[in-house]
Design a protein around this ligand. Structure first.
Ligand SMILES: Cc1ncc(COP(=O)(O)O)c(C=O)c1O
Length: 412
């Protein structure tokens, strides 16, 4: 010691910006995010893919090959916007006659979560208004919390939804139109068109977050908002109001951390500036792996296994729910995605209070409060059906029924 006084560190929680941020988080989130680490607990809370569907051997072979063939791309820093070849491949994949896309329309991101973060950095002012589909993806709430935004909860699944009123005055609109997280619902075609028209007529940016679009178990997919918003002008790349976000997390594997934004070149340039201050560039290794995987048609190769696995798990879960939970909860069987959203029949049932009973019974689900910026929506739960084997799902439902009974007994 040279005699220099050592001050105790300033407490982080006392920093006004951090304290304001922390005050809007929900303790319940921390509880259910830790569920995967508790031995014996059946985790139906997270939104995780089935690890059995990851194409391990194919990815291992691709990774070995790209490291040897493209050492500079894989091991060096790369362009902030992403590898040009990957951007071109993604532009071609999503292009159509009505939606002409160029490299300038595409930004490669480190998973869809980064897209949400960058959009917040670019579009959101402190306290700004977000018109967000309600209930709202927890990760989006988390990404935008540092700006302490105001949420206008838009009920886009309700009959009579007024898209112009919803978007007017907002800094951006946010929707997960395909098998939303958390509700698993599909936004109908008229509502999609209404949102897009409202984005044009009000001049509001509209974020289309689409990680689940290919997880379609029954019926046919609906057009993307970005396709509906295209107003093709000869020789011009897309310059409409939709900011489309996709990811390989549910189509191949989340550990790759590869996603993309497709939007007007002006928006891509702004998001690129934000990305520079965030991570400089997405991993060159996983970009090269993603490019080779896309070129080899790996998404199309694994899709039948993913769809068959998840369709069966959904059916098993819903059958077990019908057997054990029908007296307590109402739900719709989702036609795609990863979740069943179940609402308590008893308006007085508080699903935050159900959580400790569920954990004691050995199962975890996500309570609705975490999908509401105000935390007040406490009557529903989100149940994931993709992660666990069918028999585990059925056992999880039996445990949930026990938890509901134990909670009821406590309430008297
Ligand atoms: C609606 C939604 N958006 C974005 C993400 C982020 O996905 P990733 O960062 O893995 O691409 C998820 C993940 O579950 C999600 O459900």
């Amino acid at each position: 010691m040279d005699g220099t006084a050592i001050m105790s560190l300033q407490p982080i929680a006392a920093r006004p910006a951090f304290a304001r941020w922390l005050a809007t988080t929900n303790d319940i989130t921390r509880i259910f995010l830790s569920a995967g680490r508790i031995p014996g607990l059946i985790n139906m809370a997270g939104g995780l893919p089935a690890a059995e569907t990851y194409p391990v051997a194919e990815l291992a072979a691709i990774a070995r090959e790209v490291v040897a063939a493209h050492p500079q791309d894989v091991l060096g820093y790369g362009p902030i916007e992403g590898l040009p070849e990957l951007r071109d491949t993604l532009a071609a994949r999503f292009s159509s006659e009505a939606l002409p896309l160029e490299r300038a329309n595409v930004l490669v991101i480190s998973g869809g979560m980064q897209g949400l973060d960058l959009i917040g950095k670019v579009l959101l002012e402190d306290g700004g208004l977000i018109a967000g589909q309600f209930p709202t993806y927890l990760g989006a709430l988390d990404a935008w919390r540092p700006r302490a935004p105001t949420f206008r909860n838009i009920m886009i699944e309700d009959a009579g939804f007024d898209a112009v009123a919803a978007l007017t005055g907002a800094q951006f609109g946010y929707t997960v139109p395909n098998f939303s997280n958390p509700t698993g619902r599909l936004v109908g075609i008229e509502t999609r068109q209404g949102l897009v028209d409202a984005a044009h007529s009000t001049g509001t940016w509209l974020v289309e977050d689409d990680p689940y679009g290919t997880l379609h178990y029954d019926g046919a997919p609906l057009p993307r908002l970005i396709d509906l918003s295209a107003r093709a002008r000869p020789g011009q790349p897309y310059d409409g109001p939709v900011i489309y976000m996709g990811t390989l997390s549910k189509e191949i594997a989340p550990g790759l951390r590869i996603g993309w934004v497709i939007a007007a070149p002006e928006m891509i340039a702004a998001l690129t500036l934000a990305k520079q201050g965030s991570d400089l560039c997405t991993s060159g290794l996983t970009q090269r792996v993603a490019l080779a995987a896309l070129d080899a048609g790996l998404i199309e190769t694994v899709q039948p296994l993913i769809l068959a696995t998840y369709r069966h798990r959904r059916d098993t879960l819903c059958a077990a729910m019908a057997e054990h939970l029908g007296d307590w909860l109402d739900w719709e069987v989702p036609v795609g995605g990863m979740f069943v959203w179940a609402t308590a029949r008893d308006a007085g049932l508080d699903t935050d209070l159900l959580l400790p009973h569920a954990m004691a019974a050995g199962v975890c689900v996500a309570p609705s409060s975490v999908f509401d910026a105000s935390g007040l929506n406490r009557r529903a739960i989100r149940i994931n059906f993709t992660l666990n084997e069918p028999e585990t799902l059925a056992e999880g439902v039996r445990r949930l029924a026990q938890a509901l009974m134990s909670m009821q007994a406590r309430r008297g």
